[in-house]
Design a protein around this ligand. Structure first.
Ligand code: AP5
Length: 218
């Protein structure tokens, strides 16, 4: 199964990707995670990316492209994958088409998480992430057993710098201006399936399971 998860910030792409990868044994590629890792390690790419990420802007396509192409060529991707947070622009979608064509790994489906703005704001302001294993929690929806501590590895939970209200608004604006057009792009290719990002994690997984079955993917 080769999937793209598309949707606004906070739609639950990362959370659902973890559930799908576990259930269907897929590789998970999140450009947000890759970029945050590069920022943490202070690499050349990370230093460049940080200025954009802090403002809630997209990192330019040419900066992201090399990172993605390299990742797609890794062996574990041939067994199936989920792309989360990529592509984000039409330019990136075209880069992806070219890369997947050359690897003979065409996409099977693009799932669009249709999500209300009210849901997005609540989700992002309450999000907490583990510094060690990157597991995602939410202070109200999906709280850790012990406040501030990861259930999986005992790591410290933190709030992302770009999950502050002002930056969240900017990220939503950027999504509406630059990423939303991909819905039409993939609709025209006959790859788009819609699901409600407002559902809770288990409900959404059940809907997706059903969609995959109906499409003959699982
Ligand atoms: P990125 O990390 O990709 O952020 P995003 O797309 O804004 O998406 P999020 O990670 O915020 O949300 P999500 O949909 O994964 O939600 P989550 O599962 O965490 O990108 C960050 C930045 O990096 C960008 O702004 C940009 O600068 C740069 N970047 C990344 N990719 C790029 C690219 N391709 N090109 C250029 N720049 C790029 O869930 C959110 C919260 O809700 C959590 O607390 C979770 O516990 C909770 N939750 C999740 N699902 C549910 C549910 N179903 N019910 C209840 N609660 C839920």
């Amino acid at each position: 199964m080769r999937l793209v998860l598309l949707g606004p910030p906070g739609a639950g792409k990362g959370t659902q990707a973890a559930v799908l990868c576990e259930n269907y044994k897929l590789a998970h590629m999140s450009t947000g995670d890759l970029l945050r890792e590069a920022v943490k390690k202070n690499t050349k790419l990370g230093i460049k990316a940080k200025t954009y990420m802090d403002k809630g802007d997209l990192v330019p396509d040419e900066v992201v492209a090399g990172m993605i192409t390299e990742k797609l060529q890794q062996k574990n991707m041939t067994k199936g994958f989920i792309l989360d947070g990529f592509p984000r622009t039409k330019g990136q979608a075209e880069i992806l088409d070219t890369a997947l064509d050359s690897l003979s790994l065409p996409l099977d489906m693009v799932v669009y998480f249709e999500t209300k703005e009210q849901t997005i704001l609540k989700r992002l302001t309450g999000r907490r992430i583990c510094r060690k294993c990157s597991r995602i929690f939410h202070t109200i929806n999906i709280p850790s057993k012990q406040e501030g501590i990861c259930d999986s590895c005992g790591g410290e939970l933190y709030q992302r710098d770009d999950d502050k209200e002002h930056t969240i608004k900017k990220r939503i604006e950027v999504y509406n201006n630059q990423t939303k057009e991909l819905i039409e792009y993939y609709q025209e290719k006959g790859l788009l399936e819609k699901a409600s990002g407002d559902l809770d994690v288990k409900e959404l997984f059940a809907v997706l399971k059903d969609t995959f079955k109906k499409s003959g993917l699982a």
